[in-house]
Every structure is written in structure tokens, then in C-alpha cells.
Design a binder for this molecule. Structure first.
Ligand code: SF4
Ligand code: SF4
Length: 449
């Protein structure tokens, strides 16, 4: 198995932001102003304002890109309030690539130097953290120490928490209790003849090591050895959403080198947000003569773990007798268009009573850094989501993205609702373990269960 080296380096090349590879005006011209997207947009449903709808935001971006409007604070505020959830894309009959339009617009604002201070600070902070696995591990170790100390209780008792800036308060409230240890690639059963790579991601190994462990066990059970390329970095989604194309491209190039050098059958991802960005590396680097072909190959090899597993014949599954509801992660449902695979896997598990939410594909308000930078709107969306979950009576909420898991856990915790939040792959792992099959000649993984 390839193990992590822990090496990190700043992958951002010096120099100004490059121009974007896409023609923003062409993308915008596809919008016929029909308004079919409005009822799919979480911020429009909350505020009822055209300027906070997909159609309205496209009009604002068009006015800005044609020079009819300046990138003023109020205008950019409407762009900032967008979750980049892409629910408008699946609702749009004209195929308007809204995610790309928003990323291009934010990138153009940053490239022109007109980005507000908050945007520039956000991009700079991401640049100083995301490429450095050791810095992230250090920050997580500090947080773990904080959570296990008397400090959180003291801050609450004295009211000192309320004095923190709102983003910090939101971060403190939404953090799950960090597990004692971060993810370490496990030993795997011998005799596995096929090989895939798994993206570790930047936060997942520290927040949800159990999800990675379950993913490895499930893939082993399907006959795959799982490798972890040592030089992989953050997928770049947060930088791209923050308008920092240069950093996103630098991260993409490093991941492409790391994963293609690993010579695997597929690149498997258990974080829908990361997988969505990795699927789009081909477009991100399409004007890069050195990486264009490698980026397209990388994108074609990338699979969300649930889509990947659902395409295989499953081994025997044991019973998992729980009522489960499934929250579509936006970047799995709307960006990757994967909605049936996760449900098919859940339905295949004996004992699971799958109860649908009223609005399963509406954003929970997590959306990368959104819950930190737009805490009020994030909280409104989360409150509705928790109401929806409670109405199902489910005791387990399954989803497909660590950000959604964190957000849902926080919402349920704050409302005192006793329900567990898991990644779908964890339930499948539980079912496979419950089957408890003994090892046989054609099932080399049996001993590991
Ligand atoms: S984005 Fe699509 S759905 Fe929305 S107004 Fe434009 S064409 Fe209609
Ligand atoms: S990406 Fe989401 S929040 Fe933004 S305009 Fe589209 S539906 Fe609305």
C-alpha cells in the first residue's frame, strides 16, 4: 500500500490570476429568463427576491461583465449569498451552467482586484492552509485539545463565547466532537487483485476517519486494494468557490500528478463536494497545454464511492434494522447527477426502512465555508432541514459529504434530536459486517470482517 508521506509544499505558482478558460458571455446567453429555476433555489425560497435567485444573479453578473454595473458591495452581496449548490442547474431546461458562471464571475472579480476585503482574506487564508497537510493536522490537534479541555464549558458558562466574532461562534457550534485519532491507512487483506485510489481530502481524515475506514473495508470486500497517493492535496473546491482560480488550478495539477502516477483503475471519492470539483478538472485546465489531456483523463477516472459501489454486484448483506432518511448532497445530486445509486444501496440493505424527506435535494446550508461566512442564511436552511428530518421519524440521517454530515449533526444536536448522521457507505459497511461471512477461497476478505 502506498502510505502518506505527510509531505506538504506550497503549490501556488507566483504571478497574477490567469484568464478563465470559459466564455462567460456564452454561458450567460443560454439563459432564456424562464424562471423555472426560481423554485429550486434555497435563497430565493427564503427571501423571495429576484436578486437572490439564479435568474437575478445571472442578470447581475451579466451587468457586471458588460460594464453596466460596478462590482459594488451590495451587488457582490447577492453573489456571496449564493450557496453554489447548483440546484438551479438541474431545474434549468436550457442547460445553463450556473456553477461555472458563478465561479467565473467570482474569479473575474478577484482577478480584477475588485474583490472585497473579506473575499481576499478568505482566499489568502485558504492559500495558506489547504496545500499543507501538516498545518491542517496541527490545527485539528489544537481543536481536539480544546474540545477535551474544560475551556468550552467555561466559555459557555461565562458567556465569553458570545463575545467571539460570529464566524468563529458558528464554527465552534458546528464542529463535531473530533475523534481521538485521525485516519491512518489500514493494513488490507492480501490477495486483492484490483486497485483504486481514495482521496483522503483535507478535513475528512480528521473529522470522519470512520467514514474512510468503512470505505476501505467496502472496497476491499468488492475485491479492490485501496491506495493513498502521498502527494495528494486538497481538491481545490473551496478555492474555486472563493474565486481563487490560480490556487485551484495549482492544487488540481498536484492531484493529477499524484493520482495518475499511482496507476489505478479509478479514483474514488467519498466527499461529494471534492468529487464534483475533481470531475471538472478537465474544464479547469483545458487551456493548459501541459495538463489538458491528463486533467481530462483524471476527471474521467473519478467516481463518487456510492456511484462506484452501486455499479458492482454486492456480496451478502446482513440486517441493519433502522429507519433511515437520505439527504442528497448538492454536489452529488446537482453537480454529478447521482441520486439513484445511494438510494439503491440503502434499499439493498435488509432491515433499512428508507423514509424520504420532503425536500431531500435542498441544501442544508453547509456549502463549504458558507455556514461560516453566511451564518444567518445557513441557520435558516438548517432549521428547515432539521424539521424535515424530524417529520420522517428516522433515527439515522444518511448523506454523502462530510460538510453535510457536520451541518446536520450540528442542527440535530442544537435541537436535542437523538438521531445519528452517517455517510451511506458506513451503513453498507455495517451491513457487510453484519453478514459475517467466513473467509473462503474466493473471498479473501472474509477474515477481515
Ligand atoms: S437559468 Fe435556466 S431556468 Fe433559470 S431563468 Fe435562466 S434559462 Fe430559465
Ligand atoms: S447555486 Fe443554489 S443558491 Fe445559488 S442561485 Fe443556484 S440554486 Fe440558488
Amino acid at each position: 500500500m502506498t502510505r502518506a508521506t505527510g509531505a506538504s509544499r506550497d503549490v501556488t505558482p507566483p504571478g497574477p490570476q490567469p484568464p478563465d478558460a470559459y466564455d462567460l458571455r456564452e454561458d450567460i446567453a443560454r439563459c432564456v429568463h424562464c424562471g423555472f429555476c426560481l423554485q429550486a433555489c434555497p435563497t430565493y425560497l427564503q427571501l423571495g427576491k429576484e436578486t437572490d435567485s439564479p435568474r437575478g444573479r445571472i442578470a447581475l453578473i451579466e451587468a457586471m461583465s458588460s460594464g453596466r454595473a460596478a462590482p459594488s458591495g451590495p451587488l457582490l452581496g447577492h453573489l456571496d449569498l449564493c450557496l453554489q449548490c447548483r440546484a438551479c442547474e438541474t431545474a434549468c431546461p436550457s442547460g445553463v451552467p450556473f456553477g461555472r458562471i458563478m465561479e467565473t464571475a467570482r474569479g473575474d472579480v478577484m482577478a480584477s482586484g475588485a474583490g472585497p476585503l473579506a473575499w481576499r482574506l478568505r482566499a489568502a487564508a485558504l492559500r495558506h492552509v489547504l496545500p499543507h497537510r501538516q498545518r491542517i493536522a496541527g490545527a485539528m490537534a489544537l481543536l481536539r485539545g480544546y474540545q477535551r479541555s474544560p475551556l468550552p464549558a467555561l466559555l459557555r458558562r461565562t458567556g465569553a463565547l458570545g463575545l467571539l466574532p460570529r464566524p468563529l461562534r458558528a464554527a465552534e457550534a458546528s464542529l463535531p466532537v473530533l475523534p481521538r485519532a485521525s485516519f491512518v491507512p489500514p493494513e488490507q487483506p492480501p490477495g486483492l487483485t484490483r486497485t483504486v485510489a481514495l482521496l483522503r481530502g483535507c478535513l475528512m481524515p480528521h473529522l470522519y476517519p470512520r467514514t474512510h475506514a468503512a470505505t476501505v473495508r467496502v472496497l476491499n470486500r468488492l475485491g479492490y486494494r485501496v491506495v493513498f497517493p502521498g502527494q495528494e492535496v486538497c481538491c481545490g473546491a473551496l478555492s474555486l468557490h472563493a474565486g481563487d482560480r490560480r490556487q485551484a488550478r495549482a492544487l488540481a495539477r498536484q492531484n493529477i500528478d499524484a493520482f495518475l502516477d499511482a496507476k489505478v483503475e479509478a479514483i474514488v471519492v467519498n466527499s461529494a463536494g471534492c468529487g464534483s470539483t475533481m470531475h471538472e478538472y478537465g474544464g479547469l485546465l483545458r487551456d493548459d497545454p501541459v495538463y489538458r489531456e491528463r486533467a481530462a483523463r483524471f476527471a474521467a477516472m473519478t467516481r463518487d464511492v456510492l456511484e462506484f459501489v452501486a455499479a458492482h454486484a454486492l456480496p451478502a448483506l446482513g440486517e441493519v434494522p433502522v429507519a433511515v432518511t437520505y439527504q442528497d448532497s448538492c454536489h452529488l445530486a446537482h453537480a454529478q447527477r447521482v441520486t439513484q445509486g445511494p438510494r439503491a444501496l440503502l434499499r439493498a440493505i435488509p432491515g433499512i426502512d428508507l423514509r424520504e424527506l420532503t425536500a431531500p435535494d435542498r441544501c442544508c446550508g453547509s456549502a463549504g465555508l458558507y455556514s461560516l461566512v453566511q451564518p444567518a442564511m445557513s441557520a435558516r436552511l438548517l432549521a428547515e432541514k432539521v424539521d424535515d428530518v424530524r417529520a420522517t421519524g428516522a433515527s439515522v440521517v444518511a448523506t454523502a459529504n462530510p460538510g453535510c454530515m457536520m451541518q446536520l449533526e450540528a442542527g440535530l444536536r442544537q435541537r436535542g434530536i437523538d438521531a445519528r448522521v452517517v455517510h451511506v457507505i458506513e451503513l453498507l459497511d455495517e451491513a457487510m459486517r453484519a453478514a459475517g461471512r467466513p473467509q473462503t477461497a474466493d473471498d479473501p476478505c472474509g477474515a477481515a470482517w
